[in-house]
Write a protein that binds this ligand. Structure first.
Ligand SMILES: Cc1cc2nc3c(=O)[nH]c(=O)nc-3n(C[C@H](O)[C@H](O)[C@H](O)COP(=O)(O)O)c2cc1C
Length: 410
């Protein structure tokens, strides 16, 4: 079962009696690894206090839409962008009606209408409210819009009645959220990912490197694991921790990276080269620290091997995906790279923008194949990586289906 490590869960609490279970729900989501932010409706505060939810979630609770102070700290659009998934638990009959009609008159409903993250609701209400025609119509509308409806369960109700309308237990909700991230599209496949920069030594303390943080590659490795793959990550020197359930091999230089890739590539079905590998290395790095002499010095640089092209040209090449960082003419450059290196897909991004690309939390990607092109808009790298993995899986399966259905040579 998938873990919620590094997942951002926005927990929306509305005004139902089951809100008292949200402290437990928040704690369980965090125990599963999730970062939890809580947004409460005004009615919810009558059932559980923001102070309690702040203590158990570890973050201040978001309550108000029209408050300049909170809006400038982390406003509704920021919250909407932040979330990997939005879970409304409990979801009141009133809130389901608001969602179905697209209303945006408080913080929670407004951010739901501004979010592209998946939305899950855990309805909880009296059984008559649940059976009410309007509530049932609203649920149908939400289902048609791909909103995930979790529950409700049947049983004894707070009002003394018995029937459907109990919120699912926190442990069941956590399992349901975990399942949202486990797509299974790469089940049984071996995926190798390279990530981070490389470090090419000049002397004992200095080197040539670049601004790659490894965030994109690590997010891709994590997303491939969530999709069911067994993942080997070959990583240059980065400051972030290894993703959960990923076999990580730490390397320093481009030559080290190539060695590690060669060691494991035979078993890979898919190779995703996210690393920003140095094109050049110093021909003769000094073993000691180079001392100042007062004179200019010259470094002789030699070209590094092209790891992506080397993998793509193997006789039994895996499905290969390259990343391209471009400063202009992204589409043309990416298409040229695709043909020149004979890879299956290129994911190209524009670098130079301060809050996306290298060393940033956001990125956008133009994904190009021989007969394929799609733009993944700017979003958190974790979410972007999941979308990219879905595309890679589709293209991988499409290629293998075509090859399998070709007449076999005799
Ligand atoms: C004691 C009490 C318990 C309530 N329990 C529920 C409930 O379990 N489910 C529900 O849909 N509404 C319940 N309501 C009604 C909601 O609180 C009311 O519809 C409110 O407007 C919901 O606001 P919200 O959707 O903005 O949170 C309850 C009201 C009271 C007074």
């Amino acid at each position: 079962m998938g873990s919620l490590n590094n997942k951002r869960v926005l927990l929306g609490i509305t005004g139902g009696i089951a809100a008292y279970k949200c402290a437990d729900l928040s704690r369980r989501l965090r125990d599963a690894g999730a970062d939890v932010r809580v947004v409460m409706t005004e009615a919810a505060e009558a059932f559980v206090t923001p102070l309690t939810m702040q203590a158990v979630s570890g973050h201040p609770v978001h309550q108000y839409l029209l408050d300049p102070g909170t809006e400038s700290a982390m406003g509704h659009i920021e919250l909407a962008r932040w979330a990997d998934i939005i879970l409304i638990a409990p979801a009141s009959a009133n809130f389901l009606a608001k969602l179905a009609s697209g209303r945006a008159d408080d913080l929670l409903s407004t951010l739901c209408s501004a979010a592209s993250a998946p939305l899950a609701v855990a309805p909880a209400m009296n059984r008559q409210m649940w059976h009410n025609r309007a509530t049932q119509d609203n649920l149908k509308t939400l289902q048609q819009r791909q909103v995930l409806i979790l529950g409700p369960a049947e049983g004894a109700q707070a009002c003394g009645e018995h029937g459907p309308g109990r919120m699912l237990e926190p442990v069941e909700l956590v399992d349901a959220i975990r399942n949202c991230f486990a797509s299974g599209v790469l089940d049984g496949l071996n995926v190798m990912v390279t990530a981070g920069p490389t470090w090419e030594a000049i002397d004992a303390v200095r080197g040539l490197s670049n601004r790659s943080s490894g965030k994109m590659g690590y997010a891709v490795a994590q997303a491939a694991t969530e999709a069911g793959a067994t993942v080997t990550l070959v990583s240059g020197p980065v400051k972030i921790s290894s993703p959960d359930r990923v076999h990580t091999i730490d390397v320093t230089s481009a030559l080290d990276m190539l060695d590690a890739v060669n060691q494991y590539i035979d078993t890979a079905d898919i190779f995703i080269a996210v690393a920003a590998v140095s094109d050049y290395r110093v021909a003769h790095p000094a073993t000691e620290k180079i001392k100042k002499t007062g004179d200019a010095i010259t470094l002789e640089l030699v070209e590094n091997p092209d790891i992506l092209a080397a993998v793509a040209s193997r006789p039994q090449a895996p499905f290969t995906v390259g990343f391209a960082a471009e400063t202009s003419n992204i589409e043309t450059c990416a298409y040229e790279k695709l043909l020149q290196k004979n890879v299956d897909l290129i994911a190209a991004n524009q670098v130079g923008d301060s809050d996306s690309g290298f060393d940033a939390d956001y990125n956008s990607l133009l994904v190009i194949g021989r007969d394929y092109k799609t733009l993944l808009e700017k979003q958190y790298k974790t979410r972007l990586a999941r979308k990219l993995i879905t595309i890679i899986a589709e293209q991988y399966h499409a290629k293998n289906t075509t090859q399998d259905s070709r007449p076999q040579a005799r």
